[in-house]
Design a protein around this ligand. Structure first.
Ligand SMILES: C[S@@+](CC[C@H](N)C(=O)[O-])C[C@H]1O[C@@H](n2cnc3c(N)ncnc32)[C@H](O)[C@@H]1O
Length: 277
């Protein structure tokens, strides 16, 4: 088996096991979601107004954001895609629990790279967020899949960890920012964890996963090459998760390093439009 297929296979097993545990965590707070709270963040709600649109959500995990787009933001239809079967199964159960129909929300189990062979539809909007491209070995193919499923003039939006923040060690502090990972996508970062950002000790069997650094250049160039025009790239001085042990969050769940003299970008958001020809 070549490296690429092995990365996907091990990552799928890892994420499938995480998808068993995540619904029970405070991080995902399913009770609040079932009581009507949106899981979307202020950032994407402010930057992406897509009422009545048809949405494709890539790497949807177990569907909380997908369903929030419909229930809380007035999206007409959403298709969520993820390669973890447990995540997709839970997403369908949650859809039924909140009373949405399969005409409003459907969930497809697929490796992102295989999606064009499983889905013919095109969409007005393709959305992906928070913990996505790090798991993808090849951004050129990723951008091609996005373009393939967008209508001409359709919008792509991503919010995720800023590439500049990726290299720093988890133990970094404002006075001691240590480089522990590559900035450029030279090779996979293979690590073993017993959990995730949502809990560190799940007792996982599939501990090993493979991540990939992607530079700003790679993100922008692959999207442009696939026929998308960048409408904006915004950089934000906060992280959407506790990237470093020393980070503290505000009431908006935005994590910062206390005492950092000059801000660094920890999150980026980008909107692009598929060219009409
Ligand atoms: C960090 S989660 C996405 C987070 C999402 N914003 C959330 O919190 O619900 C990453 C997701 O990407 C999925 N994933 C990773 N690699 C994938 C691939 N090659 N194809 C499809 N899904 C993938 C995982 O199964 C996981 O559900």
């Amino acid at each position: 088996m070549d490296d690429y297929h092995n990365y996907i296979k091990e990552n799928r097993a890892h994420w499938d096991e995480l998808a068993e545990h995540h619904p029970d965590t405070d991080f995902y707070d399913i009770e609040a979601f079932l009581h009507g709270e949106s899981t979307l963040r202020r950032l994407e709600r402010e930057e992406l107004t897509i009422t009545n649109k048809r949405l494709l959500h890539l790497q949807c995990h177990f569907g909380l954001d997908t369903l929030s787009w419909i229930r809380n933001e007035g999206v007409a239809h959403a298709t969520g895609v993820d390669f973890a079967p447990t995540a997709i199964e839970t997403a369908r159960e949650l859809r039924d629990k909140v009373g949405l129909s399969s005409n409003e929300a459907r969930f497809i189990e697929s490796d992102i790279y295989e999606l064009p062979s499983k889905l013919e539809d095109t969409f007005e909007v393709v959305f992906t967020s928070y913990g996505t491209i790090y798991w993808l070995p090849d951004l050129q193919r990723w951008a091609e899949v996005i373009a393939n499923h967008l209508e001409p003039g359709g919008i792509f939006y991503i919010a995720d960890g800023h590439p500049l923040a990726g290299p720093f060690d988890y133990e970094s502090t404002a006075d001691d920012l240590r480089i522990a990972h590559p900035y450029f996508n030279t090779e996979a970062t293979t690590e073993e964890f017993d959990g995730s950002y949502a809990g560190w000790d799940f007792g996982l069997e599939n501990r090993r996963s493979h991540g990939f650094s992607h530079s700003i250049e790679e993100i922008i160039t692959t999207l442009a090459d696939a026929g998308l025009r960048i409408k904006f790239l915004h950089e934000h001085p906060w992280s959407f998760f506790q990237r470093f042990e020393a980070m503290e969050s505000d009431e908006d769940d935005r994590w910062r390093l206390p005492n950092l003299e000059y801000d660094l970008p920890f999150t980026f958001s980008l909107k692009a439009q598929k060219l009409t020809e």
